[in-house]
Design a protein around this ligand. Structure first.
Ligand code: ZN
Length: 352
């Protein structure tokens, strides 16, 4: 989509679907419903850099394109899935419900163009989250589902008919061979979730890893809601150790490059540096002097001041570089601040 074009209704709906969980969360957190929002009074943010936007979606609300050779990706500009066509059928990687029935439409389109089978025979789960695999049941029972062993445990306990448990699981490594193609799945520890898997396509120069690095965008709220912050911070080093040229991050409208990942890693490192500097600079005394026995009020205001000190220069540096730097950098800084205090013990003092 060109920066000046008006998104069509379908792409608008796709984006709305992608964020529909947010109002529910806000309602839970805020208690009573606030007055209805008016577009006129909502805050303004910096424009999205054109480099962060991907190809326009078609009339049905999706774009499907080649990553390399017979590996393809499909996006609704908020979510991404991938598929590999083979002589024996199609291997699908994730099934975001926001793309939904457009997954098979995209596969049909590409398979017809290339004269290859369009039947999905295998479905690989990147991780157990519903927003990435909630379209799984659309592919019926006659599909081999593959996921990390903790994905199976989590899905079994979540018991969601939209997300059948994987038939094939692995602990640390699995090689999938279908129709002469090879895909390497690996688990390198907890990061975004306990089951998040690296999906490497050695014959296609591509790595797929979902919900960590979203090319040309800052992470979603609170550092992508990553369950293990240190584990997530360590991901780029692990990912860069693989040979790849193309990156599929699971979100937004474009693929990533190694240079994009280096920018993302620098962004996270800048937040970490800012947090450490802020913890050594912002004096907590006035906050506790003001709020007395209301320890939460003092903590909330002090930590907000630390976040503002740490995130301010980062927002300034990345505006125009990473999309939505002014939207989510502060909440990601808070998540990283809490991890630096609690997981790493930085700034922790023992009472004399
Ligand atoms: Zn997720």
């Amino acid at each position: 989509m060109s920066p000046n074009s008006v998104p069509n209704r379908r792409s608008f709906l796709a984006r709305s679907a992608a964020i529909m969980a947010v109002p529910a969360v806000a309602t839970l957190a805020g208690g009573a419903l606030a007055a209805p929002a008016s577009a006129d009074t909502l805050p303004d943010y910096a424009p999205i850099p054109p480099s962060a936007l991907g190809p326009a979606v078609n009339a049905q609300g999706y774009f499907a394109g080649r990553v390399e050779k017979n590996l393809y990706w499909v996006t609704d500009s908020a979510y991404q899935a991938a598929f590999l066509t083979t002589r024996d059928g199609v291997v699908l990687f994730d099934a975001p419900p926001s793309i939904g029935h457009n997954l098979q439409r995209a596969i049909d389109q590409i398979a017809a163009e290339n004269g290859v089978p369009n039947k999905v025979t295998h479905l690989v789960y990147s991780h157990h989250h519903a927003d990435h695999i909630g379209g799984s049941s659309l592919f019926g029972a006659d599909v081999v589902r593959i996921g990390q062993v903790q994905a199976k445990q989590l899905l079994a306990s979540e018991n969601d008919p939209a997300r059948p448990v994987p038939d094939v699981t692995f602990e640390t490594k699995y090689t999938l061979n279908v129709g002469g193609e090879r895909v390497n799945l690996a688990w390198h520890g907890t990061n975004h979730t306990p089951d998040n898997s690296y999906i490497h396509f050695p014959g296609h120069d591509t790595l797929m890893l979902v919900d960590i690095f979203l090319p040309r965008w800052v992470p979603f709220d609170s550092f992508n809601l990553n369950e293990d912050v240190p584990g997530s911070i360590a991901v780029p080093d692990t990912a860069m150790a693989y040979p790849w040229k193309h990156f599929i991050g699971g979100h937004m409208g474009r693929l990533g490059t190694r240079a994009d990942m280096a920018v993302y890693q620098q962004y996270v490192n800048d937040i970490i540096d800012g947090v450490k500097k802020a913890l050594g600079t912002v004096d907590p005394t006035p906050f506790f002097a003001k709020y007395g026995n209301n320890v939460w009020a003092a903590s909330q205001q002090y930590l907000a001041a630390v976040v503002a000190y740490a995130s301010g220069p980062v927002i300034k540096k990345y505006l125009g570089v990473l999309a939505a730097a002014d939207v989510y950098t502060a909440s990601t800084t808070f998540a990283i601040l809490e991890s630096i205090r609690l997981d790493l013990g930085f700034g922790s003092q023992v009472h004399p």
